[in-house]
Write a protein that binds this ligand. Structure first.
Ligand code: MN
Length: 201
């Protein structure tokens, strides 16, 4: 059987004549898997949390964004897999296209799979299927352990997950990076800078 094309949903939702988003297929994975968190000013502002797993970016939309406070549980709704090329995408998706709005790379780096270090080690894909992911992020804004835990429906569009900071030396209830560090780690730009630059001259 051919390997399942997990990017079909991504491509089916988009018209690449109209959106500046990458079609995918150019970028290959490196030694360490990457994570990226994109701030996406769509009809509702949210943060897209993405983890490289088996050559694609597994993705969750997090309306309030991540917290560094282990006491804060943040809703995370699974979305379609994205190509690895998406990890450095910043730009403006036209309003009438899927996901219309401005995107910036809010945080990025590599990560490690903490579930691989348990008594019963689990790979990333297995952890996602089991509904319990634990990763150690090495980002510019976020560091340390984060858990993603599924609650409720196991499959389909009713899935709900929670993104929670784990209790470790990087936990900090006083930080609030989504408000104190709002800009891109790639380009230093704010959402409004990206919007300005995308306007036809
Ligand atoms: Mn989004």
């Amino acid at each position: 059987m051919p390997k399942k094309d997990t990017l079909k949903r991504y491509r089916d939702k988009r018209d690449f004549q109209k959106t500046p988003e990458p079609k995918g297929g150019k970028k290959k994975g490196g030694k360490r898997p990457v994570f990226v968190i994109q701030k996406h000013d769509a009809s509702r502002l949210h943060y897209d949390f993405r983890l490289e797993v088996d050559g694609v970016l597994k993705s969750w939309a997090v309306p309030k964004g991540p917290s560094t406070d282990p006491g804060e549980k943040r809703l995370a709704v699974p979305t379609e897999d994205h190509p690895l090329d998406y990890a450095d995408f910043e730009g403006v998706i036209p309003e009438d296209e899927y996901g219309g709005g401005t995107v910036l790379v809010w945080d990025a780096g590599s990560y490690g799979n903490l579930m691989a270090e348990k008594d019963k080690p689990l790979g990333m894909a297995e952890s996602i299927r089991a509904g319990h992911v634990e990763v150690w992020l090495e980002g510019r804004k976020l560091r340390g352990g984060y858990a993603l835990v599924r609650t409720g429906a196991k499959q389909g569009d009713d899935q709900r997950w929670l993104l929670v900071k784990m209790k470790d030396r990087e936990a900090d209830a006083r930080r609030n990076p989504t408000s104190t560090e709002p800009d891109s780690v790639l380009s230093g730009r704010a959402l409004k800078d990206i919007e300005e630059e995308a306007k036809p001259q």
